[in-house]
Design a protein around this ligand. Structure first.
Ligand SMILES: [Zn+2]
Length: 297
């Protein structure tokens, strides 16, 4: 009896990896990074793919629940190497992820800094979620003659905005997290140029200033770089949850794989995980107002 057409068209994991490697070439990854296939049989057929930011428990559970054959995550599972995948000890959750994936026949593929630098990349998806038009990379890749690849993106709003309006737009466009957005700057600041960087961007202040950005939206901004940037005036800062700045990439990536699947007649089913894997679960505004003491009368 002939197999149903969808199954007959199912590509091997190696075919899907080749297609995704063309979108996010592994050679674009930073030297310290760990991208590519973590587990999975390259010869196994793939019909369902789940995209997520983090290879964590709830995401693996979701992959099992929906019957995925491949999980594609932005963050690596093992970044620094390991000598064991035993599901015990402090990093035992990683071993558990490996065991659960293999037991359920699910491959894991990581596209991290290669997806950051690609065209389109993580920050293009972030810009789209923020309703911004991308004009170019924040840190261009010198090896890209088209000048589109690189870290972060320089963008323009589609309509004139103040910081308050931009923040409203960002709060609507980014997926909801407990941490939400932190803002540093005058709400009336006109916003003509926005620098965005999905993930931790506080090493990029020099480039943001050089680009003349009015606003820098990124994640994980630390006290000192943020304080120093504010002391020198521009840009104003919008600090979002790390997960929230990278999640839009999952939607973009699933759309890219859908197109590839249509082109090849693969009949793949793609899914984007809605699991909020930002580690912060609540926020409490502090109420104690400090007073200066010992001030002269
Ligand atoms: Zn990240």
């Amino acid at each position: 009896m002939p197999a149903p057409p969808a199954e007959a068209a199912a590509p091997a994991l190696s075919d899907v990896i080749a297609a995704l490697d063309a979108l996010w070439p592994p050679e674009l990854a930073e030297s310290w990074d760990a991208v590519g296939l973590v587990c999975g049989d390259p010869a196994a057929p793939v019909s369902r793919v789940l995209f997520a930011v983090d290879p964590v428990r709830e995401v693996v559970d979701e992959a099992v629940r929906i019957g995925a054959d491949l999980l594609v995550t932005h963050h690596p599972l093992y970044l620094r190497g390991t000598t064991t995948v035993a599901p015990v000890g402090p990093a035992g959750f990683k071993g558990r992820v490996v065991h659960d994936l293999i037991r359920n026949g699910i491959g894991l593929l990581v596209a991290h800094t290669n997806a950051d630098r690609a065209d389109p990349g993580v920050s293009d998806a972030l810009a789209a979620a923020l309703d911004l038009r991308v004009t170019g990379p924040l840190v261009p890749d010198p090896a890209d003659p088209a000048g589109r690849r690189g870290l972060g993106r320089i963008c323009e709003p589609l309509v004139p905005l103040t910081l308050a309006g931009f923040v409203e737009q960002a709060a609507r466009g980014l997926p909801r997290t407990a941490a939400g957005l932190r803002i540093a700057g005058d709400p009336d600041t006109p916003v003509r140029t926005v620098a965005v960087c999905g993930g931790s961007g506080d090493s990029l202040f020099a480039e943001v200033r050089a680009a003349g950005a009015d606003v820098f939206l990124t994640a994980d901004l630390r006290h000192h770089p943020a304080s120093e940037a504010r002391q020198s005036g521009a840009p104003v800062l919008v600090d979002a949850a790390h997960w929230a700045t990278e999640w839009p990439w999952c939607v973009q990536a699933a759309g890219q794989l859908d197109e590839i699947s249509d082109r090849h007649g693969w009949a793949l089913r793609t899914h984007v995980s809605g699991a909020v894997t930002d580690p912060w679960t609540a926020q409490a505004p502090s109420t104690h107002v400090p007073s200066s003491s010992g001030a002269p009368r």
